[in-house]
Design a protein around this ligand. Structure first.
Ligand SMILES: NC(=O)c1ccc[n+]([C@@H]2O[C@H](COP(=O)([O-])OP(=O)(O)OC[C@H]3O[C@@H](n4cnc5c(N)ncnc54)[C@H](O)[C@@H]3O)[C@@H](O)[C@H]2O)c1
Length: 385
């Protein structure tokens, strides 16, 4: 007896979704980023229908057996493992997602790419420029798609800013002012891999500063020199607590980059401002749906205007709600992973809107130059291999 094709009682047959190819997902890490990425994988088909590829959550890896088993059940993975190599060798997995600590980015990500899997790796790509360069080169040699998870490129207001800058709305860019401020670091009793130089590479610099550097590159251009102060406030801590850098861009713009985990009261304040010859843009992560726009166009009522970036024709808004029904930080991962799945499905480039591993490497060169400048007190040139 055949099933009813429509009407009450009709069954959504496998054929109905079978037209969209699946991609098996293998996730490393189940904590902060593991949760954020898994949440995005689960939402993509529902919110962006039809998705480029339909994520199938195949396996998740972690160290603690009970915790990773619990995460697999909660996030909806079919299997779990305490050895990430099980994911790398699983032929049903097409995309490897690395949400592990920085010291665990290189080996699993390279192994997954060499096993033919597309790779998504959290930022910073490596613990320094050497390691990041090696990851980029070895993964690029395999021909798989690679994306470094600088997710703030996928905030609608940030993409709109990029589109306005590309269209010449700001004229010639003169200043970039970016700061990423958090406040949880001022606690000597805290024990996390983020304070261990071997596991993290650097402190606030790689954790938060790398995001600012990536957005500076994304919105303004390549950074050529840096003059920096790098400070560790708590005795015995092996990584930086704060960095302050003055930077010059290849296109003649100048800027500042600041990152700290000691700005009391600033919970997750990623703020930037860009000034050009025709206007300015300003953004604050704590008001993620807003872009502040000033146009020096002779309008007598000119001043900074708050644009609520939620119109139907605004970036990514085709996935969401009617205008004004705002979205949040977690949705940046939906946009980012959707972009990567589109590149995998259609053979398109991850760049320029997504950060590739080359972008991850280039951000690491700027981070290394900041470290050198902080140590020697000199202005350092950023050289790219
Ligand atoms: N894009 C962003 O906005 C953003 C935000 C936070 C963190 N990050 C980056 O994401 C990465 C992870 O950070 P997090 O905050 O999720 O860290 P976390 O400490 O919350 O989670 C790390 C995860 O890695 C797992 N892990 C550690 N060693 C492992 C091993 N040997 N085998 C398997 N799993 C192992 C842990 O079990 C845990 O699930 C870092 O590189 C960090 O810089 C990015």
């Amino acid at each position: 007896m055949s099933e009813k094709a429509s009407g009450i009682g009709a069954k959504v047959s496998d054929a109905a979704i079978g037209e969209i190819d699946e991609i098996g997902i293998g996730m490393l890490g189940y904590a902060f980023m593991g949760k954020a990425h898994s949440n995005a994988f689960r939402k993509i088909a529902y919110m962006t229908w039809p998705p480029p590829l339909k994520p199938r959550l195949v396996a998740i890896a972690g160290r603690d057996e009970a915790a990773v088993a619990g995460a697999a059940q909660r996030y909806g993975y079919e299997r779990w493992t305490t050895d990430w190599r099980d994911i790398v060798s699983d032929p049903s997995i097409g995309l490897f997602d690395n949400g592990g600590p920085n010291s665990l980015h290189a080996e699993p990500t390279i192994a997954a790419a060499e096993a033919g899997k597309h790779v998504l790796c959290e930022k910073p790509l490596g613990r320094d420029a050497d390691e990041s360069y090696d990851i980029w080169q070895r993964v690029a040699a395999t021909g798989v798609k690679h994306l470094c998870a600088f997710n703030y490129r996928f905030v609608p207001a940030v993409r709109l800013a990029r589109e306005m800058i590309d269209a010449g709305d700001l004229g010639e860019i003169r200043h970039f002012r970016g700061r990423y401020l958090q406040d949880w670091g001022d606690d000597p009793s805290l024990d996390t891999w983020r304070f261990d130089a071997t596991a993290a590479g650097s402190g606030a610099l790689g954790d938060l500063g790398a995001h600012v550097i990536d957005l500076a590159r994304f919105l303004v251009g390549e950074i050529s020199t840096v003059s920096a102060l790098v400070q560790t406030f708590l005795p015995g801590r092996s990584v930086d607590d704060a960095v302050e850098a003055a930077v010059a861009f290849e296109n003649g713009a100048v800027g500042t980059i600041e990152a700290t985990r000691f700005a009391l009261g600033r919970r997750n304040a990623f703020q930037w401002e860009i000034n050009g010859s025709k206007g300015s843009l300003a953004f604050d992560m704590e008001n993620l749906n807003e872009l502040h726009v000033f146009r020096a166009d002779g309008d007598r009522a000119r001043g900074f205007k708050k644009v609520l970036v939620s119109e139907a024709d605004h970036p990514f808004w085709e996935f969401w709600w009617p205008p004004g029904h705002i979205i949040g930080w977690g949705e940046t991962f939906v946009h980012e992973i959707h972009h990567l799945l589109g590149a995998i499905k259609n053979g398109t480039d991850v760049a320029p809107y997504g950060a590739t591993f080359e972008d991850g490497y280039r951000a690491a060169e700027v981070c290394d130059a900041i470290v050198r400048s902080g140590a020697n007190g000199q202005r350092e040139t950023v050289t790219y291999r």
